[in-house]
Ligand binder design. Structure first.
Ligand SMILES: Cc1cc2nc3c(=O)[nH]c(=O)nc-3n(C[C@H](O)[C@H](O)[C@H](O)COP(=O)(O)O)c2cc1C
Length: 188
């Protein structure tokens, strides 16, 4: 099963168009976790922190954890807000990717991955041009590289598909981008 996690409040966004390409372009069943549509709360509350690493009491978190355990690929579709992912997606990682579910801590403090994912994809839209990140590394890419290395097996690949410059969108660049997005699943 290919899992797509959608973290945009509007379906008529560029991210919404990318989501449609992924769903239409999948070779097999595609499951969509629509974080806004599901009314997911990204806040890790005091009671949940007290039981961090134990089975969750939240049925939606449990459902998201089952989706991940069953998935061969997981692709995240989101806009870049304040140099990173929207809070709803950060909270998804805080609350769903927990010890015992996606990774295990060891005595030496080094986490190892528990997920069987073969491929993780990040499909994200930046308002700014890529040149704005020339003097720093891209924080979104860095997050996902670390995520994959510590939650997935050594053979899991990472497909990074950013679209830069959406503040001044150019139709041919957007069209070419949407064609590339379809390949994120096809290449898995
Ligand atoms: C709250 C907010 C913060 C943003 N921060 C950034 C940013 O840090 N870097 C950037 O390149 N674009 C930023 N943008 C622009 C968005 O990335 C842009 O609106 C988005 O890529 C458009 O694609 P969409 O149609 O899928 O939303 C921000 C937009 C919003 C609303």
């Amino acid at each position: 099963v290919d899992l797509v996690v959608f973290a945009h409040p509007r379906e008529d966004s560029l991210c919404g168009q990318a989501l449609k390409r992924l769903v239409d372009g999948g070779r097999g069943p595609v499951i969509v976790a629509d974080l806004y549509g599901d009314g997911f709360s990204p806040v890790l509350r005091r009671s949940e922190l007290a039981t961090y690493g134990q089975p969750t009491a939240d049925p939606l978190v449990a459902k998201y954890q089952r989706q991940l355990a069953d998935a061969a690929t997981a692709t995240f579709v989101f806009p870049v807000w304040m140099y990173g992912m929207p809070a709803i997606l950060k909270g998804y990682f805080d609350r769903v990717w927990t010890p015992g579910t996606t990774f295990a801590f060891h005595d030496d403090g080094v986490p190892t991955g528990l997920l069987k994912l073969r491929r993780v994809g990040a499909v994200c839209t930046f308002g700014q041009a890529q040149a704005f990140y020339a003097r720093t590394s891209d924080p979104v890419q860095l997050f996902f590289k670390q995520l994959v290395s510590q939650n997935c097996g050594p053979d899991c690949t990472f497909a990074y598909e950013p679209l830069f410059g959406t503040d001044k969108p150019e139709a041919p660049a957007v069209a070419a981008y949407l064609d590339r997005v379809s390949a994120v699943l096809a290449g898995a």
